[in-house]
Design a protein around this ligand. Structure first.
Ligand SMILES: NC(=O)c1ccc[n+]([C@@H]2O[C@H](COP(=O)([O-])OP(=O)(O)OC[C@H]3O[C@@H](n4cnc5c(N)ncnc54)[C@H](O)[C@@H]3O)[C@@H](O)[C@H]2O)c1
Length: 366
């Protein structure tokens, strides 16, 4: 099998611990990709325990050196978020195909700037949104789309936890805050649950709770549109009792998904008799007052994901298998740029509704 020659910019929590780890340790990716270059000024991060690197591997201390290495076919941009657009453009213009980490951008105008360069260079470009491949999400979407739950009225997505944070992911000028950090995972899925269309209404309330930076770490977001389910999203770092990750409300039933389990129950409309609205007071036995009640058989089903399916490694592997097919055959990637752009449009509106003062000056840091 032909192996795509990869160069990774940044060897941090993402570049080293996600991308390099995936390419070097997942058998399905080792046969498809070969890491031949990495770049990070922190040289201790150039090594990865327990692997045999490619004999062709070159380690650089700055991404600009990596972009001069013309052996590379695919550059993975795992730089920090505020450099995603600029470094991706620099890499495309230097003649490389590019995978960029999430969040792609803070504003739609930046995505459009990038789109121009993709068009001009004709290079391959994709955003690393591996949560699209999360089995818990995929199963929930599959059940929703099967129709058994009836018309979908609302979908709730919650990526919540409890904890304090003080790293660069808390700083507005680094394209950070929880909406841009954790948010792209649920929001990529939300675009799928909602249906590929821009919402007509967006309401967002953000707060700064357990953060030491100047960006938000608590988000409540509601989006809606005619003919689409209402979507309720939470991303919070002050939720001490996280509940279900996904909940779906349908006219014939509902679904909940958390951990490794998706459960759903529903009635079959064909099993149920017709009802019509009654104006007169309801009468029970002896004309006594009663509430509406009827026999309703609820079919209950459950799906349990295999253990591996709940790991980042699984989602990342499936993401990169999809990229490999697209890269080598020319077929479209599953995660499309226009879908990511919809996500950024929502993010931009959330920020517009919730301006927070910027109090941290980052200078010209990379
Ligand atoms: N998809 C996911 O699940 C996921 C998970 C973690 C992070 N991320 C994303 O990955 C990106 C990086 O985040 P992180 O947590 O790895 O940050 P990090 O701080 O852990 O790593 C950033 C790395 O970039 C290096 N760097 C700085 N200047 C450089 C230069 N000139 N050339 C090359 N490298 C340089 C730093 O030394 C550091 O090692 C962010 O955009 C983040 O949102 C995505």
């Amino acid at each position: 099998m032909r192996r795509i020659k990869v160069g990774i910019i940044g060897q941090g929590r993402s570049g080293r611990n996600i991308h390099r780890h995936l390419f070097e340790t997942m058998p399905a990716l080792r046969e498809r990709y070969e890491v031949i270059a990495i770049a990070d000024p922190i040289v201790e991060r150039h090594s990865l325990d327990g692997i045999t690197p490619s004999p062709e591997l070159r380690c650089y201390t700055d991404y600009k050196q990596l972009l001069a290495d013309k052996r590379i076919e695919l550059v993975v941009n795992a730089s920090r978020s505020h450099k995603h657009i600029d470094i991706s453009i620099e890499a495309l213009e230097a003649g490389f195909n590019v995978i960029c980490e999430k969040p792609l951008a803070r504003k739609v105008a930046d995505v459009e700037r990038l789109e121009e360069v993709i068009k001009k260079t004709g290079k391959f470009f994709a955003v690393f949104q591996q949560s699209r491949f999360r089995p818990l999400f995929r199963k929930s979407l599959e059940v929703m789309n099967s129709g058994v739950l009836g018309r979908i009225v609302m979908v709730k997505v919650a990526y919540n936890c409890f904890g304090r944070r003080w790293d660069w992911q808390t700083i507005q000028d680094m394209c950070a805050g929880e909406l841009l950090n954790t948010g792209p995972h649920p929001l990529d899925q939300v675009v799928q649950f909602f249906g590929d269309a821009d919402p007509e209404q967006i309401f967002c309330k953000m707060d700064r709770a357990n953060t030491f930076g100047d960006a938000e770490d608590h988000i409540k977001l509601i989006i809606s549109g005619k003919g689409h389910p209402t979507i309720d999203v939470e991303v919070s770092r002050c939720c001490a009792f996280p509940g279900n990750t996904y909940e779906i409300y349908g006219t014939c039933g509902g679904l909940k998904a958390v951990g490794t389990e998706v459960s759903w129950k529903y009635f079959r409309p064909q099993d149920m008799g017709e009802q019509k609205a009654i104006i007169e007071p309801l009468r029970g036995e002896g004309a006594m007052p009663v509430y509406c009640s009827e026999d309703m058989h609820l079919y209950e089903e459950k799906w349990v994901a295999p253990a591996f399916a709940n790991s980042f490694d699984c989602w990342g592997t499936d993401y990169y298998k999809d990229i490999y097919e697209a890269f080598t055959t020319g077929r479209p990637t599953e995660v499309k740029l226009e879908q990511v752009k919809r996500q950024i449009r929502i993010i931009e509106e959330c920020h517009r509704q919730n301006p927070f003062p910027k109090t941290i000056d980052i200078g010209d840091t990379i």
